[in-house]
Write a protein that binds this ligand. Structure first.
Ligand code: GAL
Length: 658
């Protein structure tokens, strides 16, 4: 992959700072206050026109660009550049009224009506015609405006419209399937269609997995997820191609949502389609919320291939879309922003600049709150701007890879949480996050990397619930281990191939020989049931009836209670200098700490932090700069890190430059 293009800007390296800016929601006189306050805060860039279609194309083919011209000129005059949206994220009422056939249809056949946003089918030819005409018009109009530093395609593609079951989707799904499978019988084989009389006579008989009498075909479901991700990616490419044609020098991005349970878009597959990676992240209340932020930032940095990326949105304080929306505590605004920077962000942006007076997001925080600039929040915003200016020399520096990695795989995520499985309690991302938390607790850095990346540069690779293992991936994992690498995997891994067909001969299927174990029956646990291990830990969710198949496999822990009492719970096969370990039950973040600690020790991977700081701070490294992030609500003494007398405030971040 050639080096991605960053913002079209001249001058010194800088960390960009800004927000979504929606001037069309405010009277003209407010704009002057806006740019004054932006300058005070050190804002360098804003995203404009994201939801402006209705205000830009007021009726079909009738445009009003006057206000946008004026806003861009005003920003430019004040030294603020623009990440200009193509304005296609939310179609205007006239379009949905004239062409209701652009509206998505849910699984049950219900229309998704206008009234919110993103009510469009990625596959609708009519939507595309209108949206792409607007893209062309925007690109042509602003091609030469010096303020435009980047194009922002649509917005959070797939946030609300990833799964569409309409007739347009059905037609596009068939086209996609024709490209994937040479013949209908290849599809029948891949879908296991001999089952339940599902054998198709032609592609024309195929539908999206609409509401069915009972469990729809699992491979049909998995392919529909692949298709839906591809349909949005295809739409992204359609906009991008127009932008590249008209403005080849302006880089194109779109904001990903690497966060929480947002899963519909395979960003590992999308990453190479944009000129630079941009991500939106919002913290989700949970005991691991800070770890989740770090996990997402880390994964985003690895999607960007270790190169800098753009934090397009996060929040200064509360959001509006949780059941209860808490304000951030003192220190959290800066800590959250700098955690993203620590993992490679070269831009820190928020949703949004000025808190809305009206609309569904009026209780969502912004850089300028309802209280105005005379507020603690705005003073924190100004302070963060100063911090980012101070960190400007960091711009362009790469993340420093860790020695350990966690594999993250969208296909496994999709497949493992489908219906008609041994348990419906398993949550893929939670499993990966639990291992990440265990790394943080041990003070050992780990990269979160897509399963398709090269992992042979790592000493340890943890692949939690790597459910879908095609032959190619199995071979790479085997090569990793025989090359001296240390693999750790868990229950329900290696079970199926890319078509969601079980590997035969005993579980964990594709990884069975590598792990040196064999399982004849899977053992999910009922809610509330536990299995005690002889190392004092307690498992939930799952157990396995493991047989060790060779002398190279050591049993590191056994079950003491439950149906598998006396059988292995954690195993480790040595293969030359490498090893392959298997953890057969859910231990949770706390239980994983000693297990991971032991496996890392055997692999010779140690913490880079002094002992007193492990678990209390997170360490992230960009070149010669170390970020030390306080994971606690207490001050932390950094003396042991060579910072005699230096204390990290509660929720604080220390940036240590060599
Ligand atoms: C994002 C979206 C923004 C805003 C924000 C609120 O999903 O891109 O437009 O809605 O969430 O948190």
């Amino acid at each position: 992959m050639s080096a991605p293009r960053w913002l079209r800007r001249d001058g010194q390296p800088r960390l960009e700072y800004g927000a979504d800016y929606n001037p069309e929601q405010w009277p003209r006189e407010v704009w002057d206050d806006d740019v004054r306050a932006m300058r005070e805060a050190g804002v360098t860039i804003v995203s404009l026109a994201i939801f402006s279609w209705a205000k830009l194309e007021t009726a079909e083919g009738t445009y009003d660009f006057g206000w946008l011209d004026e806003a861009i000129d005003l920003l430019h005059a004040n030294g603020i550049s623009v990440d200009l949206a193509t304005a296609t994220a939310s179609p205007p009422p006239w379009l949905a009224t004239r062409h209701p056939e652009i509206l998505p249809v849910d699984q049950h056949g219900n229309t998704v009506w206008p009234g919110g946003r993103q009510h469009w089918r990625p596959t609708s030819p009519i939507f595309r015609e209108h949206a792409l005409r607007l893209v062309r018009t925007m690109a042509t109009r602003y091609a030469n405006h010096p303020a435009v530093a980047a194009w922002h395609v649509s917005n959070e593609l797939g946030c609300h419209n990833v799964y569409d079951y309409s007739d347009d989707a059905a037609a596009a799904f068939r086209t996609w399937l024709r490209a994937r499978y040479a013949t209908i019988d290849d599809l029948n084989e891949a879908w296991g269609a001999a089952f339940w009389s599902q054998w198709y006579g032609s592609f024309d008989e195929i539908l999206p997995p609409r509401q069915a009498a009972t469990h729809p075909n699992p491979t049909q479901q998995l392919d529909f997820k692949r298709f839906s991700s591809d349909a949005l990616k295809d739409y992204l490419i359609a906009e991008r191609e127009i932008l590249r044609e008209i403005t080849p020098d302006i880089p194109v991005t779109t904001n990903f949502m690497v966060m929480g349970e947002t899963r519909g878009m395979d960003y590992a597959d999308w990453a190479s389609e944009v000129d630079f990676i941009a991500n939106d992240h919002y913290r989700l209340p949970s005991p691991q919320e800070l770890d989740e932020l770090s996990f997402s930032a880390n994964l985003t940095g690895n999607l960007a291939g270790g190169r800098p990326w753009f934090l397009m949105e996060h929040s200064t304080s509360a959001v509006n879309w949780q059941p209860i929306n808490l304000a951030k505590k003192p220190g959290e605004l800066e800590r959250d922003a700098l955690t993203h920077v620590a993992h490679g962000a070269d831009a820190v942006c928020f949703f949004q600049w000025r808190q809305s007076r009206a609309g569904a997001e009026k209780y969502h925080s912004a850089m300028v709150p309802h209280a105005g600039t005379d507020s603690e929040l705005f003073r924190d915003v100004v302070a963060l701007g100063a911090t980012l200016r101070d960190l400007a020399p960091l711009a362009g520096t790469l993340r420093t890879p860790a020695r350990a990695a966690i594999l993250f795989d969208w296909t496994s995520w999709w497949a493992v949480e489908q219906d008609s499985h041994p348990t419906e309690r398993l949550r893929y991302r939670r499993e990966a996050l639990d291992w990440y938390t265990a790394f943080l607790e041990l003070g050992v850095r780990a990269d979160v990397i897509p399963a398709g990346s090269a992992f042979d540069g790592y000493d340890v690779v943890v692949a939690p619930v790597l459910h879908v293992v095609p032959g190619e991936l199995a071979a790479r994992l085997e090569a990793f281990v025989t090359g001296g690498g240390h693999l750790v995997t868990t229950y329900f891994s290696g079970i199926v191939d890319e078509n969601d067909h079980a590997w035969l001969g005993g579980y964990p299927g594709a990884l069975r020989d590598l792990l040196g174990i064999r399982i004849e029956e899977l053992g999910p646990l009922l809610d509330g049931d536990t299995a005690e291990l002889d190392n004092g830990l307690t498992g939930t969710l799952w157990t396995d009836r493991i047989d060790v198949t060779g002398p190279d496999t050591a049993v590191l822990a056994s079950y003491k209670t439950g149906d598998q009492a006396g059988r292995p719970a954690i195993t480790r096969r040595t293969a030359g200098a490498g090893s392959a370990a298997y953890v057969s039950t859910r231990l949770g973040p706390a239980g994983l700490v000693p297990v991971l600690g032991d496996l890392l020790e055997r692999a010779g991977v140690t913490s880079e932090l002094p002992e007193d700081l492990r678990g209390r701070v997170e360490l992230a490294v960009r070149g010669t700069t170390r970020f030390v992030i306080n994971r606690t609500d207490e001050p932390v003494d950094l003396t042991s890190l060579g910072g005699a007398g230096r204390t990290l405030t509660a929720r604080g971040v220390a940036v240590l430059r060599a």
